[in-house]
Design a protein around this ligand. Sequence first.
Ligand SMILES: [Zn+2]
Length: 299
Amino acid sequence: MLPLVYHPSYSFPLPANHRFPVGKYERLKAALERDLAKVPHRYFAAEPDPQYPLRWHCPDYASAFLAQRLEPSMARRIGFPMSDRLIERTLAANKGTLLAAELALEQGLALHLSGGYHHAHYAKGGGFCIFNDLAMAAQTLVAGGKVKRVLVFDCDVHQGDGTATMLAGHPDCISVSVHAERNYPARKPDSDLDVALPEGLTDGPYLAAVEEALSLALRYYQPDLVLYDAGVDIHAADELGHFQVSSAGVLARDKLVLGRCLMDDIPVAAVIGGGYQKNLDAVVTLHRLLFQAAAELRP
Ligand SMILES: [Zn+2]
């Protein structure tokens, strides 16, 4: 049985022509009804919990966001107009990654139909990220004694700058980012391991770099949980990415990462991460590959 995490708040109203493809979550859910018709699976939802970001983020920042009192410059960095629906969605999706991680610890593998807010720092958001679901889940599970060491393995095309700063100084929460060298964010604080790749990269060298980074991280850090950010903005058609990776390459990457964790008996929870194209169906088609990979790997 494949555990999936989703909450109906994930797709929320944004102004027309807003750059963020917010409709992709409900479309992904609908597409998976068909894709997973013959794959045993079950949906779980995390309820919005304001205490969760207050525990791990700067309380002044978190409470200002929750009260819709962020400075305009702080809100602009995030890129979303403030609203009750944004707050509900943010809280549910952040807790959803923790739920997926807990399900992975029980069942080996779990997938979240959202998540990957790796540009959120302790006291500020950025790039459509408000709170850092990956850093919060890693810290929660280590602090609660559920695991000794967590690896955040981030394959979004953009560097995981927020995860890097939030997990700096936490030797049991490891951040690894495989990303495009010249891309947002301009300033890239050090992760535990950064693999910065040149633009225009195609499937072969990209997959080799991912495999090398994952092998190194698993061998060196020996995590007992992996949080995998399966951003699809590595795809050639992505409007914010700089790579030339094909759809087959995205699927191969997801199978490589999930398969290696399963083979090594390391629980793995995956989040869908970034994917930016005006054509929503094209983005959803790419996100579906993560679920296809999981379905093919599950016995
Ligand atoms: Zn991205």
